[in-house]
Design a binder for this molecule. Structure first.
Ligand code: ATP
Length: 465
């Protein structure tokens, strides 16, 4: 069509344009350069409260005095998502687009209502904002629940053995091989698993932990693999996603793997080999892409000899072996650990304790720590609760540690005058007694063989409240 030819005269063109515009479910209009309405779809005509025949050929400003087509033709720039108030009172979001020829001259104006009621749009936007807000809260929560909490910095210990273990563990973080972490209970195996995940290429994915010893045998399979709707009596109606699926893209930490029942060991082995699972009650296989870190405080070779652990599973898991040493083999770490734990626990208990006496520290170092760092944590927490000022002293430590370390009193003799020494014994005895009877003063006075008044006086004197 030539530029000067009026398209209004071309009924065939208009008819065809209506064929295109009418099925489009948003109001659309095409005006010529004189701003006369050439094409308008049924939706728009209805929106303006007219029939299409009433509108075709009319100057658009007669129908809508607020029209901005003249400005758009002048600027030759499209107006995208502009707010527009129509003469019928509707406020909408509209596009106004000038159609230019090869010389940049205006041919037509194309208009379109993209949102016909701004009040609704506001609601949609607010709902969307609310949903986005909620989503980010849940994503954050999920990250906290499923993410790994600890990094190398949170693993305290500078002893040579710990440095070696950390180097080994950080190397393992750079691979995707299975890792088996061994060590006594409370040595920090879980901390290592978190740190490896956090330092691996999967750090952004989930870190999913399952304690194989804590979950009843019958539930372990459904926890690990999930189940389909109605898979067994008592199953949740909508089914359940298992830990392996949850860990997809991340790491699954199989804690206490040495206590896993033999029948489950077979199933785990299959997942390690096939990298796929089947939910209970389904025979559909689901591929899973997760790294496996297992931990145990058991001697797995012994368990294999006792036919309690599968040898093939052991070798599958034990690609990288990390042995976390017990605390008694790294006593050099006790001071740093105690100070850091004091800092951490003071914060959570809201009672600031920052020092420990040499005697108390020596006593901690002389103990053999069967419960490892978990036990040290408990003892520090207990002491913080007993301390009046900012220093943990010998008598803040539990009796069983003091008894086991009686030799340290002879090894490090402390010269005191007799009055001070008697007072120290008195203070410790009363303090221990009060803890033993949970601060029941009547009971304590009876056990100590003194009057209640005298007990109150001594409590005050030694600030034992
Ligand atoms: N090196 C460390 N630095 C700081 N805290 C530690 C360290 N090792 C262990 N802990 C703390 O000791 C406690 C026990 O650690 P963790 O649960 O990792 O031990 P575990 O070896 O996995 O024990 P279990 O075999 O009983 O599961 C945790 O509270 C942990 O924060």
């Amino acid at each position: 069509m030539k530029r000067n030819e009026s398209p209004l005269l071309d009924a065939y063109f208009v008819q065809n344009m209506h064929r295109i515009f009418d099925p489009i479910p948003v109001p659309i209009i095409l005006v010529n350069k004189e701003t006369e309405i050439m094409v308008i779809n049924e939706d728009f005509a209805e929106y303006l409260g007219h029939t299409r025949d009433e509108l075709i050929g009319k100057k658009v400003n007669l129908i809508d005095p607020n029209t901005r087509f003249p400005y758009v033709f002048k600027s030759k720039r499209p107006e995208i998502a502009y707010k527009h108030k129509f003469s019928n009172g509707h406020t909408a979001l509209v596009h106004r687009i000038p159609v230019l020829d090869d010389d940049g001259e205006v041919l037509y104006g194309f208009g379109m209502v993209i949102f016909d009621d701004l009040k609704n749009l506001q609601e949609v936007l607010e709902r969307n904002k609310l949903l986005e807000g909620k989503l980010s809260i849940y994503q954050e929560e999920l990250k906290n629940i499923r993410g790994a909490k600890y990094s190398w910095d949170t693993i305290i210990g500078n002893s040579l053995v710990m440095q070696r273990v950390k180097v080994m563990a950080s190397k393992s973080a750079k691979t995707d091989s299975n890792v088996l972490i061994m060590g006594e209970s409370g040595t920090g195996k879980e901390l290592f698993a978190h740190a490896i995940h956090n330092d691996s290429k999967r750090f952004d994915g989930p870190f999913v932990k399952i304690n194989c010893a804590a979950i009843p045998k019958d539930l372990l399979e459904s926890e690990l693999f999930g189940y389909e709707e109605g898979a067994f009596t008592g199953a949740k109606k909508q089914g359940k996603i298992g830990k392996f699926e949850l860990a997809n893209g991340g790491t699954i930490f199989l804690d206490e793997i040495g206590d896993m029942p033999l029948d489950m060991q077979v199933k785990i082995l299959r997942v390690l080999q096939e990298r796929e699972i089947e939910r209970i009650g389904s025979n559909k296989t689901i591929p899973v892409d997760c790294r496996i870190i297992a931990a145990t405080n058991r001697n797995l070779l012994e368990r294999i000899r006792e036919n309690e652990f599968r040898e093939d599973l052991y070798y599958r898991l034990n690609v990288i072996n990390i042995e976390v040493p017990p605390l008694r083999e790294r006593k050099e770490d006790i001071e740093l650990l105690s100070l850091k734990l004091m800092e951490k626990l003071s914060n959570s208990l809201g009672h600031y304790v920052s020092n420990i006496t040499v005697e108390a520290l020596e006593c901690l170092k002389a103990y053999n720590w069967p419960g490892n760092i978990r036990e040290l944590e408990n003892i520090i927490e207990r002491a913080i609760n007993m301390v009046d000022n900012e220093t943990i002293e010998l008598f803040h430590l539990p009796q069983y540690i003091l008894v086991k370390n009686q030799n340290i009193y002879t090894e490090i003799p402390k010269i005191q005058n007799l009055k001070e020494a008697v007072e120290e014994v008195e203070k410790t005895t009363i303090s221990n007694c009060l803890i033993a009877v949970q601060h029941n003063k009547l009971k304590a006075a009876k056990l100590l063989g003194i009057s209640r008044t005298s007990l109150y006086e001594k409590i005050e004197k030694y600030k034992l409240l």
